[in-house]
Design a protein around this ligand. Structure first.
Ligand code: BMA
Length: 846
């Protein structure tokens, strides 16, 4: 963001609506007392939020909210702000920068139209040197109804894809696609100024862009870096120079350099002697350097820009995998080290994307890092997130797989204006985000090549993908030009003989849950099997993919979230309000998923437990399988991390931030050193250790076969050694020694806690022969106003022990775990935001 003297205080934004075409005549563009009802609105912000705050609409996320807000999309909306400014001095240029307008916008200054915008993801710069007056000015922005602007234009369509979108022509508009409804979110299309607005005052010359890159990291610890700046010159007579300073993570000035400006560009290359490298959360620290560029004209500073950056290199290795002939890797290489990406797909954290702030992002991103993740994928049906999202990923050590905003649709290629807009959008966003050390991959879209290959198979044709022009040409050219140091991938999934191949590239596994043939190398792509066996999570074991960038299972949010969002008299299974929270169709899809695992619920409590158990056990099963396969498989990004409203979805953190059981299971299977049991076809079982740490690991562990009714059967003490980045079996037992039965469980523990304990059952959860009535002995101690200590003791084997507190900001040291007979555990609960009361703590097991 630009600093210096360019900011103007746009005060008192107001918003009003009119029938389409009426606002200008009512004086909304410039008159001081226009017609209409005007409400205050936050900027950036959203009109739904403004209307709700003013009591003009019911809660948009509440019962019936979607229906009650439908009229909004049919109106013409005006946003206005009065601001004071000084007129341009001689030789000065004034530029109004609108960082994001959603979507069909006409901009007026003092009643005169000064520009138009039709792409929510593309900022707009308007020269207002002549239009601005000294003193009070009026900025007004008109947003036209999207359906009106589309007129009778037809959109290319495969088959009205069942993502729940209510505007099938969403692909004609450069606007967040999920806003028209998705299979996890409501239809609440946003309108308005969803990014900041600023006025830049330029004289003589100005810094247009500043870029930082790490060119190379050397074995001796030195790093080659490069800083590039683009400068716009207004007065060619001045003597210009660019002073660049580099400060290390502790704030010490370590480099300063003055560059001359040549053809509007300045560059500095330098070597940092012992560079502190930026690593993901699981592998190291996140030191952040500061680059300051000061533009100097005839000896005085005229402009300044600052970047916070990380010294790191990132590559995508797609070379052949020698150990699995006919396949190739898909793995990220950070600072020269191949890594296993552990993470989740990210969707917008609020239906109203303009209201998102650092405080929305912070708990979710901190929870991701705490949960063992090192990558988030910003999914292509949402938004390029606000700056705070990327800042937090930089700070927390999460790489970002950044989709361009195209999802599950054909996109028109024949309209030159649309194509130019996409090109400008790509350039705008790449320039905005490229300096973040977290940006690890640019990706063309979500699932468009994948769906085209389905359609082609069904029709027997080899039709080209409409939209390929963007992913194969327009976007990669911008990435290559503006951010050549970051890899680009044309789509997710993409690569190999089929867009969703197990042999190369990334893969979405929707065999589990949707019954789609995500193992296309094994069976026909048009075969859909939604039977309980067809979608069972054990089918993840068939997946020999290289990098699994989507896979997931739906689960209910915690009861507290349901209580907050569903009227009390409808908190029952399959009530209309409950069904409305499920956007995926058919609404009873979960039944086939949970039937073989837990059976079907008979109460809301069971619904919450059974869906959360199935999600957690299923994700655990899949991730253990995929991680054991490293390096042939080098990543798992679960679908999905978060929610945009309080609904039922594949998320592991719900809208308010309450973790589902799946989140705590993920923390354990995403631990850098993971122990997991692998059942073999002959009934024997192996214990594997998977090591993502940058060092060899060795130690002692205990494997125990336990009969849940009668106690320990036998116990093995094992010494293990697993190399840096290795994954291998360290122990096994024959079928004869295990004598598998529904009452038996294999458990593993590290002597020194080097990895989280794990266990393996020999029957489905519902068939386990265990002391179901047993409950832990609980003592709850108030250890401070914001801190509670819960001590648990297990009289018998306990499954799914969990602690519920009604605060989403409470942090639990662990949750949703099993306990062996006689085991004692202490769980600490800390709430940085509000006092905790021992009386609010509930302990349950299933
Ligand atoms: C994936 C995503 C989304 C969708 C999810 C669940 O394919 O890319 O489009 O929400 O599946 O169906």
């Amino acid at each position: 963001m630009m600093t210096g003297d360019g900011f103007v205080d746009f005060r008192d934004w107001m918003v009003s609506h009119f029938e389409p075409g009426i606002g200008a005549a009512a004086g909304a563009a410039g008159e001081s007392e226009p017609g209409g009802d005007w409400l205050p609105v936050q900027l950036p912000g959203d009109i739904h939020a403004a209307l709700f705050a003013a009591g003009a609409i019911p809660d948009y996320h509440g019962e019936g909210g979607e229906e009650a807000c439908k009229w909004i999309a049919g109106k013409e909306w005006w946003w206005r702000s009065r601001f004071d400014a000084e007129a341009a001095a001689p030789g000065e240029k004034l530029v109004l920068v609108l960082h994001g307008l959603d979507t069909f916008a006409t901009i007026y200054l003092n009643g005169t139209e000064i520009g138009r915008s039709s792409n929510m993801f593309l900022g707009k710069e308007i020269d207002v040197t002549d239009a601005l007056v000294a003193g009070c000015n009026m900025l007004a922005i008109r947003f036209d109804p999207v359906p009106l602007r589309l007129g009778d234009r037809e959109s290319p369509d495969w088959f009205g894809l069942g993502t729940g979108a209510q505007l099938s022509r969403r692909n004609l508009v450069r606007k967040a696609q999920f806003g028209w409804g998705w299979d996890w979110g409501p239809c609440l299309p946003t309108v308005g100024v969803w990014q900041p607005v600023e006025l830049r005052r330029r004289r003589i010359a100005a810094l247009d862009s500043l870029q930082f890159r790490t060119l190379a990291i050397h074995p001796d610890g030195a790093a080659d870096i490069r800083v590039d700046a683009e400068i716009e010159t207004l007065d060619s007579g001045a003597e210009l120079a660019l002073a660049i300073e580099v400060r290390d993570p502790a704030g010490a000035l370590i480099l300063s350099h003055t560059s001359s400006i040549d053809g509007g560009c300045a560059r500095m290359t330098a070597a940092l002697a012992s560079a502190e490298l930026w690593w993901t959360a699981d592998l190291g620290a996140q030191p952040l350097y500061r680059i300051t560029a000061v533009l100097i004209a005839d000896g005085s500073e005229i402009d300044r820009r600052e970047l916070r950056v990380g010294v790191r290199t990132i590559e995508l290795d797609t070379s052949p995998d020698p150990d699995e002939p006919g396949t190739s890797f898909f793995r990220f290489v950070l600072n020269g080290r191949p890594i296993f990406a552990k993470g989740a797909c990210w969707i917008p954290a609020h239906s109203l994307v303009g209201v998102l702030t650092r405080e929305h992002y912070r708990p979710l991103i901190e929870a991701s890092a705490r949960g063992g993740m090192n990558m988030l994928r910003v999914w292509g049906g949402g938004i390029y997130e606000h700056d705070a999202f990327y800042d937090l990923c930089d700070e927390q050590g999460l790489l970002v797989w950044q989709d361009f905003m195209f999802a599950c649709a054909l996109y028109p290629e024949a309209d030159p204006e649309f194509n130019a807009s996409v090109e400008a959008e790509a350039a705008w966003q790449v320039k905005r985000l490229r300096h973040h050390p977290s940006i690890g991959l640019w990706c063309g879209n979500n699932e468009n090549q994948f769906i085209q290959s389905f359609v082609n198979e069904a029709s027997g044709e080899d039709a080209p993908l409409l939209g390929a022009l963007f992913y194969d040409d327009i976007i990669p050219k911008q990435v290559a030009k503006l951010d050549p140091a970051t890899p680009y991938w044309p789509g997710s999934p993409f690569g190999g003989p089929h867009a969703n191949s197990m042999k190369a590239g990334d893969l979405h596994n929707w065999t589990v849950w949707h019954g789609l043939p995500s193992v296309p190398d094994a069976r026909s792509t048009s075969e859909v099997d939604r039977s309980p066996e067809g979608i069972a999570y054990q089918r993840y074991a068939e997946d020999m993919g290289r990098f699994i960038s989507e896979f997931g299972i739906q689960a209910s949010p915690v009861m507290e979230t349901l209580r907050r969002s569903i009227p009390a008299d409808q908190l029952t299974l399959k009530s209309p309000a409950m069904e409305n929270r499920i956007k995926d169709n058919p609404k009873n899809k979960v039944d086939a998923m949970i039937l073989p695992v837990t059976g079907l619920p008979t109460s809301m409590e069971e619904y919450v437990d059974f869906t959360q158990i199935t999600q957690a056990e299923g994700l655990k099963f899949g991730i253990e399988h995929y991680r054991r396969r490293k390096p042939h498989c080098s990543g798992t990004l679960i679908w999905q991390l978060n929610d945009c409203w309080p609904g039922v979805s594949w998320s592991v953190l719900d809208f308010y931030g309450f973790p589902k059981a799946g989140y705590h299971y993920l923390r354990r299977v995403y631990a850098p050193l993971m122990a997991s049991f692998k059942p073999l076809a002959d009934g024997s079982v192996e214990l594997w250790l998977t090591n993502d740490l940058p060092r060899d690991m060795s130690g002692n562990l205990t494997v125990e076969l336990i009969d849940m009714q009668t106690g320990s059967v036998w116990r093995d003490e094992v010494s293990y050694a697993v190399p840096d980045n290795g994954s291998q079996p360290v122990w096994s037992a024959s079928a004869g020694r295990i004598e598998a039965s529904p009452s038996r469980v294999l458990s593993v523990r590290a002597a020194d806690g080097a990895f989280p304990a794990n266990r393996y059952f020999f029957a489905a959860i519902k068939e386990l022969d265990r002391p179901k009535e047993a409950r832990p002995a609980v003592s709850i101690e108030q250890a401070g106003p914001n801190r509670i200590r819960v001590t648990l003791e297990a009289p018998a084997y306990l499954f799914f022990v969990h602690i519920l507190v009604p605060s989403e900001t409470a942090l639990l040291s662990d949750n949703y775990f099993d306990m062996a007979a006689g085991e004692a555990r202490v769980v600490t609960i800390e709430d940085p935001r509000q006092p905790l009361r021992a009386g609010d703590v509930v302990v349950r097991s299933c």
